[in-house]
Design a protein around this ligand. Structure first.
Ligand SMILES: Nc1ncnc2c1ncn2[C@@H]1O[C@H](COP(=O)(O)OP(=O)(O)OP(=O)(O)O)[C@@H](O)[C@H]1O
Length: 388
């Protein structure tokens, strides 16, 4: 306890100085302040123990058809920085690109250092090619639903879906009240409805890369399993509706009334089911989607990444790449703190190489830079070292 306290005090006192000295090399600061960059630095000084990990960006960029990239992992590991830098890189390689944040605690605006809030697509300034950004907000989606529903009540909506028989149970519940209630999963529903728009609306068809900056692990797994949940719920409703119709028919024929025609499930339900299947399938298709796991070299982050990969594998979501972000670069004049951190990182990299979930993934090394990654130049700088 005393040792760790001391260590944390020492590290706090020295980290800002020594990290800057060891990690600095004037790299990102130099880039931002207009100086020249030693382009060979990261390649030459990457951790000796790591297999040279290029992302094979050539493979990621070569396909002309639309591809979805989801970047996810534990909170704070660098998901937004990696997603934003990937989007900038795709755009500058000629792919009209959209970068979308599905994290309720958005940080795209901070990452690009410009206002991308408001729940609508906004062009990213400072990029020569087409790059739009969107921070999804449930509020905007609620407004969209309200305007589309034209003020219908829940009863009217259920009637139009062929579910009027249940509507009585719901009384005169108002759609607005329901949408205004803090419903669990509303962020994920907003994200899915946006994905559907990107897939179906002609105005988005020219975008060939869609990059998702996802929320920390739990949220994202919920997002990926939600279409399945809806799919099975719709099936249950359809079955229930058939059963009720059959029971009512038997009941009526017992009393000599004309038999009720077995109704087919309503069109709206079928359509909803189809659309959910579409989202579900696109996230599981190796030709259209890739989930890139982002982690940092700590045991806790790696353990979470391993569990995330297991869940994604179970869901059949394609994963090929793992970014290990914030790696301390090698240095000749190492202080004690840095050399201890580096030893620890090397040990954790060994854990990744021996982890049954993670060892098969393409490992991408991303160095700890000497400044916060904010703004397009910084994202380009990061992208040139991560996505190569
Ligand atoms: N390789 C790096 N070198 C230096 N700073 C970094 C690096 N990667 C990320 N950062 C910084 O770490 C902070 C967190 O990064 P980022 O917002 O990308 O993480 P996140 O995983 O998206 O976080 P959250 O889960 O909170 O959304 C930011 O200040 C970012 O600039």
């Amino acid at each position: 306890m005393a040792t760790s306290l001391l260590l944390s005090r020492v590290s706090r006192a020295t980290s800002s100085i020594t990290l800057r000295r060891v990690v600095g090399f004037n790299s990102l600061n130099t880039q931002i302040h207009g100086g020249s960059i030693s382009g060979t630095f990261f390649r030459e000084r990457s951790l000796a123990t790591l297999a040279q990990g290029a992302s094979r960006f050539d493979e990621m960029v070569s396909v002309n058809q639309r591809k979805y990239y989801l970047l996810g992992g534990k909170g704070g590991v660098g998901k937004t920085s990696c997603a934003a830098s990937l989007a900038v890189k795709f755009a500058s390689h000629g792919h009209p690109t959209i970068v979308v944040s599905t994290d309720p605690a958005h940080s795209l605006s901070d990452s690009f250092s410009q206002d991308l809030s408001g729940g609508v697509l906004k062009p990213v300034q400072g990029v020569d090619s087409t790059l739009l950004a969107l921070e999804i907000t449930p509020e905007t989606m609620k407004d969209e639903i309200k305007s589309q529903s034209g003020g219908k009540s829940v009863k009217n909506m259920m009637d139009s879906m062929g579910l009027g028989m249940f509507a009585g149970e719901l009384g005169d519940l108002n759609l607005e009240d329901m949408l205004n209630a803090a419903s669990p999963g509303i962020d994920e529903i907003a994200a899915i409805s946006k994905v559907l728009q990107f897939m179906e609306s002609p105005e988005y068809s020219r975008f060939t890369r869609i990059v998702f900056d996802t929320a920390p692990t739990g949220h994202t797994l919920r997002l990926l399993s939600l279409p399945d949940f809806y799919d099975s719920s719709i099936s249950k409703i359809t079955k229930l509706k058939k059963k009720i119709t059959a029971a009512a028919s038997t009941f009526k024929s017992m009393f000599g009334k004309k038999e009720i025609q077995q109704q087919e499930p309503s069109n709206e339900l079928d359509q909803l089911k189809e659309r959910m299947e579409k989202v579900r399938n696109v996230f599981r298709d190796v030709n259209t989607t890739e989930f890139v796991i982002v982690t940092i070299p700590t045991v806790m982050a790696v353990n979470e990444s391993s569990r995330l990969h297991a869940s994604l594998r179970k869901e059949n979501v394609p994963v090929h790449r793992l970014i290990v972000n914030q790696l301390l670069p090698q240095s000749e004049s190492d202080c004690k703190f840095c050399s201890m951190r580096r030893k620890e990182q090397t040990r954790v990299l060994g854990l990744i190489q021996n982890d049954t979930e993670l060892s098969g993934l393409k490992l991408i090394q991303s160095p700890l830079l000497d400044a916060e990654i904010r703004g397009v130049p910084a994202l380009k700088f990061m992208g040139d070292h991560v996505w190569r």
